[in-house]
Design a protein around this ligand. Sequence first.
Ligand code: GLC
Ligand code: GLC
Length: 647
Amino acid sequence: MYNPTAHITLKALETKVFGKENGLRTPFEQRLIALFSDIYSRFEQLYGQHPSFEPALELLLQKMLAAYKARPKHLLESDAHREANPGWFCNQETTAMMLYVDRFNNDLKGLLEKMDYFEELGVNMLHLMPLFDSPKVKNDGGYAVSNYRQVNARFGTNDDLVEVAKKLKQSNKLLMLDFVVNHTSDEHEWAVKAKAGDRFYQNFYHTFRDRTISLLYEQAMPEVFPESAPGNFTFNKEMNCWVMTVFNEYQWDLNYSNPYVFVEMLDNVLFQANMGVDIFRMDAVAFVWKQMGTSCQNLPQAHIVHQLFKLCSQVVAPGVAFLAEAIVSPEEIVKYFGTSNVWSNEHDMAYNATLMALLWNSLATRNTRVMKASLRDKPKKPKGTTWVNYVRCHDDIGMGFEDRHIAESEYDPAAHRKFLTRFFTGDFEGSFAKGLPFMYNPKTDDARISGSMASLAGLEQALQEGNELGVKRAIARINLLHGIILSYGGIPVIYSGDEIAMLNDYSFLEDESKKDDNRWVHRPIMDWALAEKRKKPDTPQAQVFRTLQHMIALRKSIDEFGDHNNFRLIETSNEHVFAFERSWKGKSTVVIANFKDDDQYVYSHLVFPQTMVNPFGMKDRLSGNQLLIEEGMLHFEPYQLYWLTNG
Ligand code: GLC
Ligand code: GLC
């Protein structure tokens, strides 16, 4: 198991003993020696029985060395710096924004023109949605990659991307890009060769002549896109084969039981790393290993594949971090941090999909019972890992928390899940949300939700109705959710457009290539005219943007908001009020929020015991106000959020 601290110690000892830094070997060789047993044992476990085990292993090492040699000097320096600071991303200083480069400001050059906007908001990490080449129409928003080494001309050139990476580094910002690891486009060179009859490349995918084999797989596999891409296989006439296509029919699942697939995909990761990527968002990680008779998700071998990606990258480019996009149950998500509870040996970060879903659930129920039940029971994660916390992203919302936590909250799980779908699609009396049902599956009677943050939080409906109080409440909901992801622990990711409360965009319905995928309703083109309204104080734009800006700046100054696995749930004895404490090295902040649209009260001594004797014993960092405790109670307005200290 790799322990970065042990590695640093070893390096230091080597200097001491041999008197000269790196006197013996290059950093690459040192790391390879340190990690080789871990790499070898995993590679052997997956591929030991494969006829090409040995040549593939040799090719792997050759490619790693070549990538190291090609790594630009400034990236080697940043590697060295980060190696000396393990867990460098677990601080409270980073706030990210995710965006589609073309929808944000045309292309990569346009992105650079907007650096001031990020500075103004306080954003210092960018997640740029898929940029590498993909077909014009059948591209799933870029998640069907046809060339991992060529930036799509729509966004600019490879040089433009390298330039963006450099500019970001110069201004102390991080760059995150997707790595679409599970599948390629059917127009990728490998798929094209496979279609032309090349057996070597047919083995890069799961291809079966015999329909019965694919049907046997189907028996245990759920469907990701049941409405637009039912089933998990697509017949390909040219090969006369059934190809596994878990997502869309043009996204061919890679066959990771073939060692060459791993070697080539790692080589692609390293190529992109050398362009200046700081963090890879590994897409759809749960799906990479397939085995007949299973759901083909979260299999133990999938974890080994990801550990190999991490270990091999650590040898070449140890400054690069990995984020798991595993939108699965809470117990399964934490496994993507690896199996060691001492230090991560798989992904460094994972999407906190559970928290995201719990937040929306709490707004719908106007209480925090399910959220508390789930977080009371939340699995532990290893040191040196962190969450990516978010409220909205480019994908749909799935209510991926556990049925048992719903049941503990005295709701019937099936009925509750139906209620949530109805609530967020505006089909429930008193609902403020305007979302769309995504991928209704009649077999399971299940749907997910699409919709922008502002529309789901009630702004669209309130504006339509000219309901001033409704607008106020919607803004308060948005600020509340942003305030939680900024303080929970982990890297908060703001979804571009949410900072100015952009509403649903229904224009996708008129676009042939988008109309069957309503996730486009929440992928609007950035409205820069609307963004100007952030300068007018009484607009929703100003009230969302300024609050976010303030909270991002404040967060940076609160050391205990760094992720030291220092989250403690507080029982407030009020089901509408959610509270947790973040404490670190003697300092502590309590984050406490009312999820109900009326006034609430909480016994203040449950939050800070000293308020029993000192009625001014709390300060809200957000407003800067000292809070008066009346009759032992702390008061909350609808959707009020405090960041409290006992000062
Ligand atoms: C991920 C992406 C999603 C895409 C899918 C297939 O879940 O976030 O947008 O459709 O993978 O690549
Ligand atoms: C992702 C997730 C699924 C999500 C989909 C994209 O990989 O597993 O929950 O909805 O792909 O929409």
